[in-house]
Design a protein around this ligand. Structure first.
Ligand SMILES: [Zn+2]
Length: 340
């Protein structure tokens, strides 16, 4: 029997001659009356980050038409909605076209409540972001986790183009993961598909327990070990030296023994985390984005480290840097409207 959809709210929005009926169904906002939809030749993607909001417009073939960014109005939800709407209007004025709109956020929309959860940009949590964007832009706006957007971008026309199951990893300030299957987001009923950063570090050694405290309320989350902040924290614990991740990576390149030891621990922990992903999902490809993904040696070293942890002792999964680098999130947001 098909589950009955629970309509959380229905509202009408009158704007000029347009009437939009907007429903929030099991946490997904949809425009019931499609009269507010626009031609879909142009796709607009928005990447809502903790410090910047970036938006771009892609043409039908995925070529970038124009892009803009503004500072994120931190701690001000209404101003965040207004900033996103302003960016979209700006792109549409410049191109003379209207487009579909997708947005990547650090968190996800709960299917239970229809509200944002798990965002480290905490002023978004508890807000009906997709619904408010829908009202502000007078059309359906698709919202997904930023790591899912990375996976979609790379699966659509990036490093993982044509691959069926793609696991995207953001190794940045934090650590996120996302899954794309046949070019579509796989988020699941809890909206947390791919959120490996808040699993515990696998095969933890005695000196790694109980692990650092995480903002999620637990200890020893992977994110606390294999993110930029995690690497700097680990380096400080082991050497007593306060260095940024960038400084540690530069010291590694010239053979500094402390930095070499820190990178060795980082790679080993990353391999342990990825082995769990492979044992669970066995994706066709792993794609890395985020600041740490720019370290070329990762792609040389990880394939040799993984077999000791993957069940069966084999590792044939390609590990690739994101083709679109830092732009992959915003492109993936645009591709939340795939060719149907
Ligand atoms: Zn956590």
């Amino acid at each position: 029997m098909r589950p009955r959809l629970r309509v959380l709210c229905t509202e009408h929005l009158f704007t000029g001659n347009l009437k939009l009926q907007i429903q929030s169904v099991r946490g997904r906002v949809c425009v019931v009356d499609k009269s507010g939809m626009t031609n879909s030749e142009m796709r607009i993607g928005v990447d809502l980050g903790g410090t910047k909001i970036e938006a771009l417009a892609l043409d039908k073939a995925g070529r970038e038409l124009v892009r803009h960014r503004v500072d994120t109005p931190r701690d001000d939800y209404d101003a965040t909605i207004a900033a996103i709407a302003g960016l979209v209007r700006h792109l549409e004025q410049e191109t003379g076209q209207t487009g579909t709109v997708g947005a990547g956020i650090p968190g996800c929309i709960s299917r239970v409540t229809g509200l944002v959860k798990n965002a480290n940009s905490v002023w978004l949590n508890g807000k009906p972001l997709d619904r408010d964007l829908c009202v502000a832009l007078e059309r359906e706006v698709r919202v997904a986790n930023d790591a899912n957007c990375l996976a979609i971008s790379e699966a659509t026309d990036g490093a993982a183009a044509g691959k069926r199951v793609v696991f995207g990893v953001i190794l940045g300030t934090g650590c996120g993961g996302g899954v794309a299957i046949n070019g579509h987001v796989h988020d699941g009923p809890n909206g947390v598909g791919g959120e490996w950063g808040h699993n515990p570090l696998p095969w933890a050694r005695p000196e790694e327990l109980p692990g650092p405290e995480c903002y999620c309320g637990r200890r020893g989350c992977l994110e606390k070990w294999i993110s930029g902040t995690g690497v700097a924290w680990d380096h400080r614990q082991m050497t007593g030296r306060e260095q940024t991740t960038r400084e540690i990576m530069m010291a590694y390149e010239v053979g500094d023994s402390d930095a070499v030891a820190t990178v060795d621990r980082f790679e080993d922990r990353l391999a342990r985390g990825l082995a769990h992903v492979i044992n669970m999902l066995d994706p066709d490809v792993l794609v890395f984005g985020g600041g740490l993904s720019k370290a070329e040696y990762l792609y040389r070293n990880l394939p040799g480290r993984l077999p000791q942890y993957v069940f069966g002792g084999e590792m044939a999964t390609p590990i690739l840097p994101a083709r679109y680098g830092d732009s992959s999130g915003v492109r993936g947001a645009a591709w939340l409207w795939p060719d149907e």
